[in-house]
Design a protein around this ligand. Structure first.
Ligand code: AMP
Ligand code: TRP
Length: 333
């Protein structure tokens, strides 16, 4: 049986190697399997949980679509749309926020990280963000959700919300409980400047990440400057313990080449980092420059990108508004 796939990416700019290896690369594989029904959403409602510049947001929505297409997602096979244009998402999020418990939300580590020290100043939206995410997923009866490791907890919350709603309203199996699809070996790409921190769009230093729009020179110089340790390249998996930077760089190499971590370790065992970094840059350039060129080309075709979103919204709206109608009946509206 085919899977019903749903995933979302926030249009907050600086899409990077972590987004690609943790999520988008997986989207493409799922899209390529004709048995699957895939929906990929540009989650603009999620983006505004932190302050966005409206003009940049508009561009970033198009850039996210361009990145999906440039990476290999086929809009004829998958639905691509932006969340704000399908009003069922906001509506279902409200209704589900009456099912979700504040205790559950208080445990979300992403909120704690993003809100920082002054939680009182964080937006209410940032707090209830995982409920909107649950609405996204549940509206489409999604069975599988491909995400990076950082979204695992939100997926568990989504399952809890689905189960509580079904139980409270005695509607067995009305909301399907979705499974996360997380890369097994290398599910979290770390910063190039600090192997203990996640590679992130919002990190101030651009040197910490490889953006999907970086050119050859940028990729090469960022890898050259990437933090390492003074030891030679590791010779076993155990050697990677307590060497977060080495682990991250080899993980990136293994994930891009499709070769196992063990094989990559053997390939570079005992060599200098500088030698390895040359090969890593080469692989990155090989894999990413076709994508970055295509992103740039697509960004000059705004009407084409807008058309894809419009078509996707029409298709998504049909499914989601139908589910919301059923929710209304169940709740008693
Ligand atoms: P976001 O940019 O927060 O909307 O994330 C989009 C997707 O990329 C989500 O599935 C994230 O889990 C994934 N992702 C973001 N950063 C990383 C990272 N450093 N490593 C692996 N996956 C990531
Ligand atoms: N919260 C996800 C992130 O920041 C994005 C997202 C929103 C999402 N809705 C989703 C991911 C639904 C998967 C399914 O990465």
């Amino acid at each position: 049986m085919g899977k019903k796939i749903f995933s979302g990416v926030q249009p907050t700019g600086n899409l990077h190697l972590g987004n690609y290896l943790g999520a988008i690369k997986n989207f493409v594989e799922l899209n390529n399997d004709d048995k699957n029904n895939c929906i990929f959403c540009v989650v603009d409602l999620h983006a505004i949980t932190t302050k966005q510049n409206p003009k940049e947001l508009k561009n970033n929505i198009r850039e996210t679509v361009a990145t999906f297409l440039a990476s290999g997602i086929d809009p004829k096979k998958s639905i691509i749309f932006n969340q704000s244009k399908v009003t069922a998402h906001s509506e279902a999020a409200w209704i589900l926020s009456c099912t979700a418990r504040t205790g559950w939300l208080s445990r979300m580590t992403q909120f704690k990280e993003k809100a920082g020290k002054d939680k009182e100043k964080a937006s209410v939206g940032l707090y209830s963000y995982p409920v909107l995410m649950a609405a996204d997923i549940l509206l489409y009866d999604s069975t599988h959700v491909p995400v990076g490791d950082d979204q695992k907890q939100h997926l568990e919350l989504c399952r809890d919300i689905a189960q509580k709603f079904n139980k409270d309203f005695e509607v067995d199996d009305f909301f399907k409980t979705p499974e996360p699809l997380i890369q097994r070996e290398f599910s979290r790409v770390m910063s190039l400047k600090d192997g203990t921190k996640k590679m992130s769009k919002s990190e101030l230093s651009d040197q910490s990440r490889i953006n999907l729009t970086d050119d050859i020179d940028l990729i090469t110089s960022k890898i050259k400057k990437a933090k390492t340790d003074p030891l030679p390249m590791p010779s076993s998996k155990e050697d990677l313990n307590n060497r977060p930077e080495a682990k991250n760089l080899i993980g990136i190499y293994s994930s891009l080449t499709g070769s196992s971590l063990e094989k990559c370790i053997i390939e570079f065992s005992g060599k200098n980092f500088s030698e390895f970094k040359n090969d890593l840059s080469q692989v990155l350039v090989e894999k990413l420059t076709p994508i970055s060129k295509e992103i740039k080309k697509l960004l000059s075709e705004k009407n084409y990108l807008d058309e894809i979103l419009k078509n996707g919204c029409e298709k998504a709206d049909k499914i989601a508004s139908n589910k919301v109608k059923k929710i209304h009946e169940i709740v008693g509206f």
